[in-house]
Design a protein around this ligand. Structure first.
Ligand code: GLC
Length: 730
């Protein structure tokens, strides 16, 4: 009888040692137990390799051209995946599963910023649609195309609140407002990640660039960012907090030197805020070689110190510069990196791999290109989002839409048959050959009912006016002229800052030439940023900012010009009068001397303000109604306003609700967007828009430590041109 316990013990040891299915491979075991089991089996080398990302194929970003990996190391944690076919991914994954000791799957990442092969409008453009559901749908489609190409993870959404249009990367975020970036951040995370990351066609999202990168000095990319803690908490952190609360899997640290402690080595932001205060349980990847860049910034004397500072600050994975692989083993041996930290980092990376289901489903379906990309339903969403992103800035004499038949229309400008620039920067795996150009769009839309005259007019830039004559001829032969001008895709995006945000002189010259002909004319702009229009704004009868609309550029624009689509876009970033007015954003602090202190040589207002956008409909706002004028901290205040579409044209109207807190212990912006709602209104239709003010959400503000402050006193609710007071009592 005594031998029984020994027998059981022996059997247990034998079974757990030679178990066919150790806990870490047991899909029925809880993820945290699987991670514990796996980490207990890993060698130091295997752990360190998980903290490393190389690239497979050359990155398309001109600043990151490198193909680090020739032969796959089967223990590599992640690959930046530049192929578009699933077979390569599956072959690499097979090596990782079968040729490594523990068979830990690789996570394949890629920059799916505004589409994978179906290219949607740029994120800045998308935000001007104010259509969160549509943005979420575009991310779901992007995730499916990316997943079927072999990607598990996107380095998106970029949620850097943008206040300086000289900075090229304003194109990649959702504009100048923290709340708007928060709302679209959540829509993107939900679109990419779905409800269950382990489901097919869902991919891990990645909030970037954490944090404060858009404050690059003077708009010059990669430069110092002087961000006070107060500004950090009230402007740049809110979108990241919203994304973490929405369950985002990962974040990417920024290039920027954040007020003396670079964002890729900032323990306060990366650990104290992100992990300890917000409880984020995924992982942080560095930006491309942003750990090595700590030596450029003078924060680390060499690669080893850069690796130590970044890793201990809270960056779990090293994108591309191999510093962790080269230095962590030695740093651990020297006791500078405790084993608990490397285990915590690996735990976070493995947790996302488990949540993605990579241990159970390491391979993706191998479908044909036709089955994977550019499906008709994808293109429909792309066209709708592109048309809803376009902003009608000016429309004198109802020049638009161009409706009556038998008209002759001149389409002039360098964008006419353009396809490359229509996609904007970070076009993913989008191909110019897929783009429906403007000329294709307008021929399909107008061709049967109008005479179309085309002329290049001028190049994007340069000084060649020889094609002006042809443009004049086309214009004089037409009833209405449409000029298509703007930026090249490479004039915005990473490392694409510009000291001037004007159209090139040759384009302004052609606009002035067209103005002399006395024809009604429409200026269509394609840009990745707000433009300085002060010299030409009065010349066209109508101005439409179409941004960089993506694959369905032509049909979307043609639909707006013909009235098939009623423009509903509103600006989410201010168009200043001149570049000299920057920084210029709607939610600025009040000036010390009321109404004074502005530039003498330009009007103090912007050329086109945040929230500006015209429609072919006209919307009449009723009087705003409050459910009460006094609430306590645990009560809600319901505000309503009736909006009527008092035109004959069906349209959509977005109501923006702002709150002003004129007196507080820390000064507050003149007003802050707190809610918005977009609705379709048929001709003559009325609708009540409602905003329920929750003091604990809408009346609080952060101090420089991130504490949420709520103070009794007077507040103002602002909607359209109305401003009504209400009181918060203790
Ligand atoms: C770049 C960008 C980052 C991108 C990464 C990978 O330098 O800053 O946004 O995700 O490299 O391409």
């Amino acid at each position: 009888m005594k031998k029984l316990p020994l027998l059981f013990f022996t059997l247990f040891i034998l079974s757990s040692t030679f178990a066919q299915n150790p806990v870490y491979k047991d899909k029925n075991a809880p993820i945290e137990e699987r991670i514990d089991d796996l980490i207990s089996r890993m060698t130091l080398e295997e752990k360190v390799m998980q903290t490393n990302q190389w690239t497979y194929g050359k990155n398309s970003n001109p600043n990151n051209i490198e193909d680090r990996m020739r032969e796959v190391n089967p223990m590599i944690g992640s690959l930046l995946y530049r192929a578009t076919f699933p077979q390569a991914r599956n072959q690499i994954q097979k090596k990782a599963i079968e040729d490594s000791r523990l068979g830990i799957p690789i996570i394949f990442g890629f920059d799916v910023i505004h589409g994978y092969r179906t290219v949607f409008p740029t994120p800045l453009a998308q935000s001007c649609s104010w259509n969160t559901a549509l943005v979420k749908e575009s991310c779901r489609i992007s995730a499916k195309e990316a997943w079927l190409a072999g990607c598990d993870w996107t380095f998106s959404p970029m949620i850097d609140v943008a206040r300086n249009p000289r900075w090229g990367r304003v194109v990649e975020g959702y504009g100048e407002d923290p709340y708007l970036n928060s709302v679209f951040c959540v829509a993107a995370v939900e679109g990419y990640q779905g409800k269950d990351l382990s489901e097919k066609y869902t991919i891990a999202a990645c909030l970037k660039h954490y944090v404060g990168y858009s404050m690059s000095e003077g708009g010059k990319d990669y430069h110092y960012t002087d961000v006070s803690d107060q500004t950090l908490w009230e402007t740049f952190l809110p979108p990241f907090e919203a994304g973490v609360k929405a369950g985002v899997a990962t974040l990417m640290s920024g290039f920027n030197d954040l007020t003396g402690i670079p964002a890729s080595a900032n323990h306060y932001t990366l650990t104290e805020i992100l992990k300890e205060k917000w409880g984020h349980d995924g992982f942080v990847i560095s930006d491309w070689a942003s750990i090595r860049n700590l030596t450029n910034q003078g924060y680390a004397k060499d690669r080893k110190e850069a690796g130590l500072k970044a890793f201990m600050a809270g960056v779990e994975m090293d994108m591309m510069d191999n510093i962790y692989v080269e230095n962590l083993p030695q740093l651990i041996k020297e006791g500078k990196v405790p084993m608990e930290r490397i285990d915590d980092a690996v735990r976070r990376i493995l947790r996302i791999k488990y949540r993605l289901g990579l241990f159970e489903q390491p391979y993706v379906d191998e479908l044909t290109e036709e089955e994977r990309f550019l499906l008709p339903e994808y293109l429909e969403v792309a066209e709708q989002l592109a048309s809803e992103s376009m902003v009608l800035l000016k429309n004198d004499n109802q020049t638009l839409p161009i409706t009556s038949n038998n008209k002759s229309i001149a389409f002039i400008g360098p964008l006419l048959s353009d396809s490359v620039n229509m996609m904007g920067s970070w076009e993913g795996m989008g191909k110019a050959k897929d783009v429906y150009t403007i000329i294709e769009g307008v021929k399909a839309e107008f061709g049967d009912n109008a005479t179309l005259n085309f002329a290049a007019g001028c190049e994007f830039d340069g000084s060649d006016t020889t094609s002006f004559a042809e443009a004049r001829k086309a214009a004089l032969a037409s009833d209405v002229v449409v000029l298509l001008m703007g930026e090249k895709k490479g004039w915005s995006g990473e490392n694409s800052s510009r000291s001037s945000i004007s159209l090139p002189a040759i384009q302004e010259q052609l606009i002035a030439e067209m103005d002399k002909l006395g024809k009604p004319f429409v200026l269509v702009l394609s840009s990745g940023r707000p433009l300085e229009l002060i010299r030409i704004n009065s010349l066209p009868d109508a101005i439409l900012e179409m941004w960089q609309p993506g694959t369905m550029a032509g049909p979307a624009l043609a639909g707006i010009l013909s009235g098939k689509y009623n423009p509903s876009g509103k600006l989410t970033i201010t168009f200043p009068q001149t570049v000299g007015q920057i920084p210029m954003h709607y939610n600025a602090r009040p000036t010390a001397v009321k109404g004074l202190g502005y530039f003498q040589d330009v009007p103090k207002e912007p050329m086109y303000a945040f929230g500006h956008g015209l429609s072919y409909s006209s919307f009449k706002y009723g009087e705003v109604k409050l459910s009460t004028e006094k609430i306590s901290k645990d009560e809600k205040l319901t505000v309503e306003i009736e909006v009527t579409n008092n035109s004959e044209v069906d349209g959509s109207e977005t109501v923006l609700w702002f709150i002003s807190d004129p007196f507080a212990s820390i000064t507050r912006p003149i007003k802050e967007l707190k809610y918005f709602e977009k609705k379709s209104l048929k001709a003559g239709e009325k609708s009540i828009y409602t905003f329920e003010i929750d003091p604990m959400r809408d009346l609080i503000y952060p101090n420089s430590k991130g504490d949420k402050i709520l103070e009794a006193g007077d507040f103002y609710l602002m909607v359209n041109d109305q401003k009504v007071k209400f009181e918060l009592v203790d």
